[in-house]
Write a protein that binds this ligand. Structure first.
Ligand SMILES: Nc1ncnc2c1ncn2[C@@H]1O[C@H](COP(=O)(O)OP(=O)(O)OP(=O)(O)O)[C@@H](O)[C@H]1O
Ligand SMILES: *[C@@H]1O[C@H](CO)[C@@H](O)[C@H](O)[C@H]1NC(C)=O
Ligand SMILES: *[C@@H]1O[C@H](CO)[C@@H](O)[C@H](O)[C@H]1NC(C)=O
Ligand SMILES: [Mg+2]
Length: 585
């Protein structure tokens, strides 16, 4: 405890954050969120990347470095390489049951690799190279039957390479170079297929893979028991680690307290209870305020259809059978109201065939509830990545053109003009006829001074952001055009802008396109699962996409121009003589 007082000269603060720590434990967050939060709490320092993680978020999907499945909200990727993370790895990582990619390379992580990682049975990639990880390689990793890449090079790993790793039949990359491993390299299974450059720079490895014969009496298996002296060392460092951890939690608790006070998340019923009023645009809703409020009061967790950086979305069914989507945005600061109401009035006045209609909103003391038309087709992200067989080529083109028209309307026909700022596939909704509707326009600006969203834009949407936007943070129509270009590439390829296959190569979807162009095989970008591809439209569509994602904003076309190009070169009526086979020549 003495150490704490040295680190913290403000005793009041100390008491307060003890309370906060208790509080933050009580927050309802998904189990993945809780696991990540525990992971975060064992990290003692970083370059600040984790400061934006907040335990009161409903799920961790907007946190830096975390990428979720858009439907299940389960964590798929944890990508935190090169962030100066220091500390041991929490075994809680094992609770991320759906984790596919764990990318923690080039940090200052120390301690053992937790054997609980074996519980992440969907893991495909583990990148932990360039840390200070010690102890032995847990043999449990051998049960990760989906593992394709395992890079543990440049750490402080000791002992033998476990035999069990030979069972990793899908392994295509394996690297344990530059460690302190000893003994024979197992010859079982897949480990036979790796060569010298997977193993070099170790203390005493031997085996056919590195052409070193294992002499019978020599180095071989080390005694798996830890000598007492080492045990002492371990327990000493564990104690220091624990103390550091408490200090960190103190610091963090204090931080949270200052930032948030002690709000618990109020429920929807509480929102409405405290004197809510309904604002309806254009007499667009044939219900009385009372009726709407009564309906709102019946909403609960079961009616949630999604959540994102701006808040939670509920499905609201009225007695006459009409259905609406209700987006609940928590209010953080006071004095925000007048500005908010004026902006919403503007958004409510925008009506267009390819935009999601905002019908009205409910003003409550604790939150804003925006009432939109419900779009039964779901969002493009889901359809494209989970049910792609439902989207043939023409359906995809139609969605691209619809989204382009919606966006062009915002840029050129609205007064004041509206920059969307968050164009991505989850913000393109589909109606019952698979027509695109752009959603969430205007919200990014509306919530600009609300820190929580700026960060989620950067975190959740980073594959869509124009380079100059990432540098300056300034949005223009041309940054939207860039995001739209990424969207075209996503629809064409069926791959997310943050797909693991390019992230591993250090490029995003645009970089991947450039690679393909340099090899003159840009047509390979087309999703092989897409039916009814009309090959004569591929080049035209690609050239539009390429100009949209130009790194220079001036070279990007306006959305008006994009619509013109799409309509003249792609949507020309076409006979159905063309089939997939056209692609093959
Ligand atoms: N009008 C609507 N009709 C039907 N479903 C909707 C509607 N609005 C939103 N949704 C669903 O709710 C989900 C969450 O929407 P939300 O806008 O909060 O998050 P997001 O689009 O993933 O991210 P962002 O906060 O950046 O927009 C959407 O993905 C969509 O599936
Ligand atoms: C991993 O699974 C084992 C049971 O197989 C369980 O005992 C352990 O607690 C799990 N670890 C985590 C972190 O969930
Ligand atoms: C393994 O990692 C080292 C760096 O530690 C690198 O030089 C080597 O090329 C890598 N080998 C393979 C097979 O990737
Ligand atoms: Mg959205």
């Amino acid at each position: 405890m003495g150490i704490l007082w040295v680190k913290h000269d403000d005793p009041l603060c100390f008491c307060i954050f003890l309370i906060c720590i208790l509080n933050s434990r009580a927050v309802a967050i998904t189990s993945d969120g809780e696991a990540l939060w525990n992971f975060r709490n064992s990290i003692t320092s970083s370059d600040g990347v984790l400061l934006q993680w907040r335990p009161e978020d409903p799920d961790p999907c907007g946190w830096n470095g975390v990428i979720c499945d858009s439907k299940t909200r389960r964590v798929l990727y944890l990508i935190l390489s090169n962030h100066k993370l220091s500390g041991p790895l929490s075994p809680e990582l094992g609770k991320l049951e759906h984790l596919k990619i764990l990318s923690l390379h080039h940090n200052n992580l120390y301690g053992a690799i937790p054997s609980d990682l074996k519980n992440c049975s969907e893991l495909q990639t583990i990148y932990m190279q360039g840390n200070y990880l010690g102890e032995t390689i847990p043999s449990e990793l051998g049960s990760l039957s989906n593992l394709e890449k395992l890079d543990l090079s440049s750490n402080l790993l000791k002992g033998n390479i476990p035999d069990s790793l030979g069972q990793l039949v899908k392994l295509s990359l394996f690297n344990v170079s530059n460690n302190f491993l000893v003994g024979p390299i197992p010859t079982s299974g897949i480990l036979n297929s790796f060569a010298r450059n997977s193993f070099f720079g170790n203390l005493k490895l031997c085996g056919t893979q590195i052409s070193v014969t294992c002499s019978n009496g020599n180095p071989p298996s080390v005694n798996p028991q830890t000598p007492t002296s080492r045990r002492l060392l371990v327990s000493a460092s564990a104690t220091i680690g624990a103390l550091l951890l408490v200090a960190l939690m103190c610091f963090w608790g204090c931080f949270l307290y200052k930032r948030l006070g002690k709000h618990d998340k109020p429920s929807l019923v509480n929102d409405i209870g405290g004197g809510a009023s309904i604002v309806v645009f254009h007499g667009d809703l044939p219900y009385s305020s009372k009726e709407i409020i009564r309906k709102l009061e019946t909403l609960n967790e079961e009616h949630i259809i999604g959540s994102g950086g701006f808040g939670t979305v509920y499905k609201l069914s009225m007695d006459d059978g009409s259905v609406f989507a209700l987006k609940r945005i928590m209010k953080l600061n006071e004095g925000f109201d007048r500005f908010f109401d004026r902006e919403l009035e503007i958004l409510g006045s925008i009506k267009h065939r390819y935009l999601v209609n905002l019908r009205g909103y409910c003003n409550s003391p604790t939150s804003k509830l925006l009432l939109y038309d419900y779009l039964p087709g779901g969002n493009l992200d889901e359809v494209l990545h989970d049910r792609s067989e439902q989207l043939d080529w023409d359906a995809r083109l139609n969605i691209i053109v619809g989204a382009a028209k919606g966006l062009a309307y915002l840029h050129h026909d609205c007064s004041p003009r509206i920059i969307h700022r968050d164009i991505k596939s989850s913000n393109i909704l589909l109606d019952g006829n698979w027509e695109a509707r752009v959603s969430d326009f205007g919200l990014a600006k509306l919530l600009d001074d609300n820190e929580s969203h700026i960060t989620t834009i950067v975190a959740g949407t980073f594959g869509y952001l124009a380079p100059e936007y990432m540098q300056s943070g300034r949005a223009t129509e041309k940054t939207d055009v860039y995001s739209f270009g990424v969207l075209i590439l996503e629809v064409l390829s069926g791959k997310r802008p943050t797909d693991a296959s390019f992230i591993e190569k250090g490029v995003n979807i645009v970089g991947w396109l450039n690679l393909l162009i340099s090899e003159n095989c840009q047509r390979d970008i087309v999703d092989p699962h897409c039916g009814g591809v009309r090959s004569e439209t591929i080049d035209a569509l690609l050239s539009v996409a390429i100009s949209c994602v130009s790194s220079s904003a001036e070279e990007r076309p306006t959305m008006h121009r994009v619509v013109q190009l799409l309509e003249s070169e792609i949507m020309t009526p076409c006979t159905s003589d063309f089939h997939d086979s056209d692609l093959e020549d």
